[in-house]
Every structure is written in C-alpha cells, then in structure tokens.
Design a protein around this ligand. Structure first.
Ligand code: SF4
Ligand code: SF4
Length: 416
C-alpha cells in the first residue's frame, strides 16, 4: 500500500507512536470478532491404531543440537522487520483501532520482567501450586495452559538471558469460530487481533499471579521470544499440522498462543500423540487449497524436527495482500469440526470429514471478491508473489526441492 495510507500505517507501527497510542481509548470489538473465553474440556479420546504416531513430534536430538550450534534461531522480526512492517501496513485500517490496546498490553508485559517479588514464597507442594495456577488460568478465561522446560535451542538468541526460570508456560485463547470461517477477510483478521490482544492480557495477568505467589515471571510481548509451537507440543497441547501450525484437538489452529517464563516450580506436562500426523497425511486439504502452493505435501527433517516447512516466500505476499490469508486455518477440518469428530469419521469410513465439500474448502478470494469452491482456485497473476515493496530474503536453512512444494507429491495413508 503506497501513498498516505502506507505512510500512516508505517508511523503507527513506529516507536514514536507508542507514547500517543498508550493514551488513546480502546476501540470496542466489532460484532462477531470476540474471542471465545473459558477453559477447553480436556481431550481424552483414544487414538485409533491406524492413526498412532509418536508423542509430540519426531525428532533427531543430535541434529537439533547441530542446527543450534551452527545457526541459533533468531527472531523473525529482527531479520525480517521490513517484511513484517510491509504486511501490517497493508492492514493498517484493521490494525489501527486496536493499536492503543495492543500498545498498553505490550508495555504491561514488558513491565512483568522488571518485577522482583518481595514476598517470600511459602513452601508449597508443586502439585498444589500447579492446580491453583490452572484454576486461575481457567477463571480468567484462557482456553488452555501447559508447562514445558525452557530450552535455549527454541528461544531466539536475541532474548537469551531474559528468561525468568526453567519453566515456559504456553497459554491459548480461542478465536471466534464464525469469523475464521470467513477467512480471508477483514472480519477474520479483526478476530485474530482480538484473540492476540486477549491472550497477551491474560498471560500478563498470569505472570502477576505468579509474582503474588512469590515467584519471578515474565510475559513475552509481541509474537513471543521463542518457538511457541515447540513449547506447545512439549506441553502436550497439540501436534504440528501440515499447515505449519499447531493443531489443538479442540480448535485446530484457530487460537492465539503466547509464552511466559517463570521460576515457579510448576509441574511439567509432556508431549502427547493425538493422531494429527496421520490425519494430515490422509487430509492434505490445506496443501491443495493454499492459493500459491506454499504448503509442501510431505514432511521432512528440518533442524532435527520432522515438519512441513512452509515456503515463506510464497506465503508472505498473500498474507499481506489478502487480510492475513489464513486459508490454511479456515479449510482445516480439525479447526472446523474438532479432532474428535474428524477421528470418529476416519475410524468409521476411512475418510476425512468435510474433505471435498465447499462448506469446508470454499473461500472468498478478497482480491477479486469471487467465491472459489472446492474444485477451483483463484488465479494468481504474475508478480503477485513478488510485490516490489516487499523485501524478504528467505532464511538460509529453507531449501525445498520441487517435490517438496508440489501438491502432487506422494503422501502416505488413506485418501479421503
Ligand atoms: S496463509 Fe495462505 S498463503 Fe500462507 S500458507 Fe496459509 S493458505 Fe498458503
Ligand atoms: S487441513 Fe488437513 S492436512 Fe492441513 S493441517 Fe488441517 S488436518 Fe492437517
């Protein structure tokens, strides 16, 4: 977006605007964009034999160490700030009404890192503390929380040393179901910002609760200081989907997460197998529906972890020009129907619930305003994936082969 809207958008995102934004009133949430607050029911459904995989994610520990030694992870915002700014500038009219509240919560989060609890923590049983912590998280409206070990390999090197202890708490807030079914759109983008702001507010509240108990805790501002998906998988909150996002059994990736670090002796959770990897092998809907083919059909080992590495060069331009896109979230059956219903259907019929239907796979493409059903995709004109104002150099470790990015690459498991 060029001209005065672009310049206004850029200024709104600058540090100079922060002092003004923090004093402005918050805009009320638009109808249909409010997050769904309240703790999710626990997911206890057993995984059928044909869907079983490993708990969490398949790893090669030596390769993880080697990748960390060779090239520690850095904050995407540090290396690709201009690309992020370009994306946000495209959405400045969606973002601007939310910036005062987002600015206030970011400042409050940063302040949690400066608190030295004065109260001495009474000796307390870890199980008792953890139960009280979870009760508080549920009472304030978080959808889920989990506890994992701090791991420097998965915290960005930019923030090493700022952690407050050896525990990382992952928290989620569920996004509006109705709004996400409208993605890509201004409505779904607003719902994303609403849930984003809410989860950061609630995690700030959790950090303060830990301070009051006598422990150090720091809520992480922005997009968190580490790989949220890693910690969420380690905390047993979900598994990595083919779309590169964390799929929770309750809402798929239709939720916003963030992290806090603490020295409170909370009990650790552990990775779980929900059967997501095999469901994805049979499903592949996001692979087929991504307008620019940014999602590979297969997973491979990247930095010691088995994942489908999204082609960021093909994804970022769409996110910028199509309201954050999120088609890969919208068309995911786990997001729409929940994992229990998807698993039941698969067990009963060997099919993926909703696959091939316009209800699940259809979307309105904001560039031309047309609805594309399950058998058609929007035309992508030459240059769409290379807008001249977008400056982005892909990370050096991202080297997909043609087979990796081709939707026709072979997959394993049932066909839906
Ligand atoms: S956000 Fe859109 S462009 Fe990016 S991977 Fe998902 S569907 Fe593809
Ligand atoms: S759309 Fe299908 S393949 Fe993609 S993440 Fe969801 S379940 Fe997995």
């Amino acid at each position: 977006m060029q001209g005065w809207p672009g310049r206004l958008g850029e200024w709104l995102l600058s540090a100079r605007a922060e002092q003004l934004l923090r004093c402005l009133p918050a805009a009320p949430a638009r109808s249909g964009t409010k997050p769904i607050l309240g703790a999710w029911a626990s997911y206890d459904r057993s995984v059928p034999a044909e869907l079983r995989g490993v708990p969490g994610i398949r790893r090669d520990r030596a390769a993880e160490d080697e990748a960390y030694e060779r090239a520690p992870l850095r904050d995407f915002h540090t290396d690709h700030g201009p690309a992020i700014t370009w994306i946000l500038r495209q959405h400045w009219h969606v973002l601007a009404p939310r910036l005062p509240r987002m600015t206030r919560v970011a400042l409050a989060e940063r302040a949690t890192a400066c608190v030295t609890p004065t109260a001495t923590a009474d000796p307390i049983d870890a199980a008792e503390l953890t139960a009280a912590f979870r009760r508080h998280a549920a009472a304030i409206g978080l959808s889920a929380v989990g506890v994992a070990r701090y791991d420097p390999r998965y915290h960005f090197v930019d923030y090493h040393g700022q952690e407050k202890g050896d525990r990382v708490v992952v928290g989620f807030v569920e996004q509006s179901w109705e709004a996400v079914q409208e993605a890509p759109s201004a409505l779904s983008e607003r719902a994303t910002f609403e849930a984003f702001t809410k989860v950061h507010e609630l995690m700030t509240n959790l950090a303060r609760w830990l301070h009051a108990c006598g422990y150090a805790a720091a809520a992480e501002a922005g997009d968190a200081h580490g790989i949220v998906i890693h910690y969420a998988v380690e905390a047993g909150l979900g598994q990595l989907g083919q779309n590169g996002q964390l799929l929770t059994p309750q809402a798929g990736s239709r939720c916003r997460p963030t992290l806090l670090t603490t020295n409170a002796p909370l009990e650790f959770d552990s990775p779980r197998d929900f059967g997501v990897t095999r469901i994805c092998e049979a499903c592949q809907v996001c692979v087929q529906r991504c307008p620019t083919g940014a999602i590979p059909a297969r997973r491979w080992m990247t930095r010691g972890v088995e994942k489908a590495k999204i082609n960021v060069s093909r994804c970022l331009p769409v996110m910028g020009q199509a309201y954050g896109c999120a088609i890969c979230m919208k068309v995911c059956p786990v997001q729409r129907y929940g994992l229990a219903a998807v698993t039941e259907e698969f067990e009963r019929t060997g099919r993926i619930l909703g696959k091939g239907t316009d209800e699940l796979e259809g979307y309105v493409w904001p560039i031309d305003g047309r609805r594309y059903g399950s058998r058609e995709k929007p035309p992508i004109p030459p240059g769409f994936t290379r807008p001249p104002e977008l400056r982005f150099d892909p990370p050096k470790y991202f080297k997909p082969s043609e087979a990796d990015v081709s939707p026709s690459a072979p997959v394993h498991g049932h066909s839906g």
